[in-house]
Design a protein around this ligand. Structure first.
Ligand SMILES: *Cc1c(COP(=O)(O)O)cnc(C)c1O
Length: 348
């Protein structure tokens, strides 16, 4: 059945499964001492056109929490959007891994924060009673499927520099953002001032693979120990690295993301054309947020279409539809046809 609940309802790309199978041939040294993991660091440096320290991980929450744990001290403040995954969807892991740093939740339209909001919030440096400004964390693409343009990231980076904050980017859907922006990985990250990118692959074709990428390797000095201590150093790390290598090879990540984004755009355009439907956030990646008349929501669910009701209030609940690298165009078409039928616009 057509499932638009999230992009992690999808399986994995054949190229990634094949890479894992290839990595299975013969012995390899454990804990990242293998050839694939070594090659990965060089590949990431090449793709991002910068010296990097790369740490393959298997969950995005682990990658975010560990990244923040080296960027913020126990008494630090991390500025992020109120809806940020680090703030609401990680069960306190960032606070736990940092040893108690405070996430300072900021508001901003469509799940993005801007430079002015951060500048207005940063305070208390040197005041013993206050948490000490340490980092900014932004999500690319955001929790509402919107995308930060490089200029917006650069403006945040300028605030970061002024206040000596690190800039972290939660890139669980970085490829979707990159596909949308059409710029280089470098332009979307370190050239815009990002210090640490947690690059997701799981939601865009991997089995379980994320990477913490430090563009200033000296900032990563403690990371190996914190990763091991946090239980995120995999003994057969080659299998995680193999997924990331395949992901970044031959533009697989961008091909997958382009497909997912195109399906979301098509879905959004079709929904928006229906009476009573309002797409509530610009569709810039692979997520569609739309308020749908309740009868439409229930009718689609009754036909077996799966999606999240994000906020169940009023006559038009807010729904979230997520497309992925293997979303089938015929499933998107089927959902739109059924929605049009329910809206009384034809069909039978
Ligand atoms: C999915 C996601 C993550 C990572 O989640 P895990 O389930 O821990 O892998 C991180 N950030 C965002 C914005 C996400 O959507």
């Amino acid at each position: 059945m057509a499932n638009f609940a999230s992009d992690n309802v999808s399986g994995a790309s054949p190229e990634i499964l094949e890479a894992v199978a290839r990595a299975n041939a013969g012995p390899a040294m454990p804990y990242g001492e293998d050839d694939i993991t070594r090659r990965l660091e060089a590949l990431v440096a090449e793709v991002f056109e910068h010296e990097v320290a790369v740490f393959p991980l298997a969950t995005g929450s682990g990658a975010n929490a560990l990244a923040l744990s080296v960027l913020a001290p126990r008494y630090g403040a991390v500025y992020c959007h109120r809806e940020a995954h680090v703030n609401v969807d990680e069960c306190g892991a960032p606070e736990f891994f940092t040893g108690g740093a405070k996430l300072v939740a900021l508001d901003g339209p469509h799940a993005k924060i801007d430079a002015a909001a951060v500048a207005a919030a940063v305070s208390g440096a040197g005041v013993v009673h206050h948490v000490q400004p340490a980092a900014i964390s932004i999500t690319q693409a955001s929790e509402q499927g919107t995308v930060y343009a490089p200029g917006e990231v650069a403006a945040l980076a300028a605030v970061a520099r002024e206040h000596k904050l690190a800039l972290h980017m939660d890139g669980a859907r970085f490829a979707n953002a990159l596909a949308r922006l059409g710029c280089s990985p470098a332009e979307a990250s370190w050239k815009a001032g990002v210090d640490v990118l947690t690059l997701g692959a799981t939601k865009n074709g991997a089995l379980a693979a994320e990477a913490a990428i430090f563009f200033r390797p000296e900032q990563a000095a403690e990371f190996p120990y914190l990763r091991k201590r946090g239980g995120h150093l995999f003994s057969k790390l080659r299998f995680v690295s193999a997924q990331l290598e395949a992901y970044l090879t031959g533009d697989l990540w961008l091909r997958n993301a382009n497909h997912a984004n195109a399906q979301a755009t098509h879905l959004a355009e079709g929904l928006q054309a229906l009476p009573g439907v309002e797409v509530t956030a610009p569709v810039q990646a692979n997520e569609v947020f739309a308020a749908l008349p309740r009868a439409l929501v229930e009718g689609l669910q009754a036909k077996g279409f799966v999606f999240y009701v994000w906020r169940d209030e009023g006559p038009a609940p807010l729904c979230r539809f997520v497309t992925s690298f293997d979303s089938r165009p015929e499933d998107v078409a089927a959902l739109l046809a059924e929605a049009a039928r329910l809206a009384g616009l034809g069909g039978h």
